[in-house]
Design a protein around this ligand. Structure first.
Ligand code: HEM
Length: 173
């Protein structure tokens, strides 16, 4: 049965790879501009003037929009987690593919835990718009501050490990 599915899908390897690479682009860069040019600036201004009403409003608006914009990254990630193992199964890869094992270690140890918290902060219990509309100001403020701390910790990791896993996947050293 599995062999039949394998043989039926094998001719579509490059289509699966196209999806993998296309969604890797979306995953890697869809929030980059929003974070670098909207969120970071608004939060740094708020940190310098924590009581400034305009700075607080801009901070709140920016992070609520950022929650919404993260949907692209969060649709792309499951596509990667499905198409990657599919290529592993259909292609000439094995545990001897050192580049892939290092790539998977980085994904499992860094990106999976990071995305789990990111999903929660952006779309579930930590969603700022939902907390505001439910009139939960303490939870709203706490979630905004937790998200900012999360972004400050994860940004350096993203800047190092995203290029590294793409380099590993493309050059296969
Ligand atoms: C954050 C997640 C991931 C990113 C950003 C990512 C990125 C990439 C990129 C850019 C390529 C294209 C390399 C090329 O053109 O030669 C690639 C290839 C590949 N990826 Fe991923 N990947 C991810 C997750 C995974 C996972 C979870 C697996 C699971 C086994 C996987 C398995 C593969 C394989 C086997 C290839 C080689 C395809 C080939 O060269 O024919 N990837 N990946």
């Amino acid at each position: 049965m599995l062999q039949t599915i394998h043989d039926a899908l094998a001719p579509f390897y490059l289509q699966v790879k196209f999806l993998h690479v296309f969604f890797a682009m979306i995953w890697a860069f869809s929030t980059a501009v929003a974070y670098s040019y909207y969120v970071k600036g608004a939060f740094l201004k708020w940190e310098r003037n924590p009581e400034d009403k305009t700075a607080i409003q801009r901070r709140n608006w920016a992070i609520e929009q950022f929650d919404r914009g993260a949907i692209l990254e969060h649709v792309a990630f499951p596509v990667l987690i499905i198409t990657g193992p599919l290529m592993y199964w259909l292609g000439p890869w094995s545990v001897d593919s050192t580049w892939l094992m290092i790539k998977l270690a980085i994904i499992c140890l860094i990106f999976v835990p990071m995305e789990i918290l990111d999903y929660w902060l952006a779309h579930f219990g930590g969603n700022k718009e939902m907390l505001r509309k439910r009139n939960l100001p303490e939870k709203y403020e706490a979630s905004i501050r937790l998200h900012w701390k999360f972004l400050k910790v994860t940004t350096p990791l993203v800047m190092v490990f995203v290029p590294l896993i793409v380099w590993l996947a493309v050059t296969k050293p």
